[in-house]
Design a protein around this ligand. Sequence first.
Ligand code: E4P
Length: 215
Amino acid sequence: MKLFIDTANVDEIRRAADMGILSGVTTNPSLVAKEGRDFVQVLKEIVEIVDGPISAEVVSLDAEGMVKEALPLSEIHPNIVIKIPMTAEGLKAVHQLAKRGIRTNVTLIFSANQALLAARAGASFVSPFIGRLDDISMDGVELIADIAQIFDIHGIETEIIAASIRHPMHVTAAAKAGAHIATCPFSVLDQMIKHPLTDRGIERFLADWNKMSQK
Ligand code: E4P
């Protein structure tokens, strides 16, 4: 399973990219608004840092508006993927963009049927939201497993991005359930690095080393 970072913060993207762990980036309107910066400028900076799919979301609700927003975004760089909400208008936009060779990531997926529809419309990626399902006492990881099974049985090549990841256990569970990608906030990537036994091990090695060098 590949790892993407779910943020529009360029410093976080750079810090994660420097560790060599990133295969792509996802953004959404909330994450972009949080940064308070020009969206196009942010995307231009991101494509220079990460060589992989960079999702940029449209905010129009009708297919025509979505396609109109998507075209200039897709011209920023070949790695830009247009993120489209899972609606009937969204599916129309995905279909039109696929015919033009523009890759899409269908977002706000909460059922296996939504994922199947998005894939059939021509989406390159689908983003089931694990955390938001868990929030309403539904099993987000089970949804990933269902979609992975359906795509596998029917030879569907659309990639599954496990989204709305809240903690490291979501990442492990998504990988076991068959997600191709997990898109994680920087804080989760950071938590994944750490283990108390690693810290204790380093302390002990250094203490032993220092004892030896004092002899
Ligand atoms: C996915 O691409 C979304 O940006 C994201 O994962 C949403 O996560 P949230 O539920 O934490 O807002």
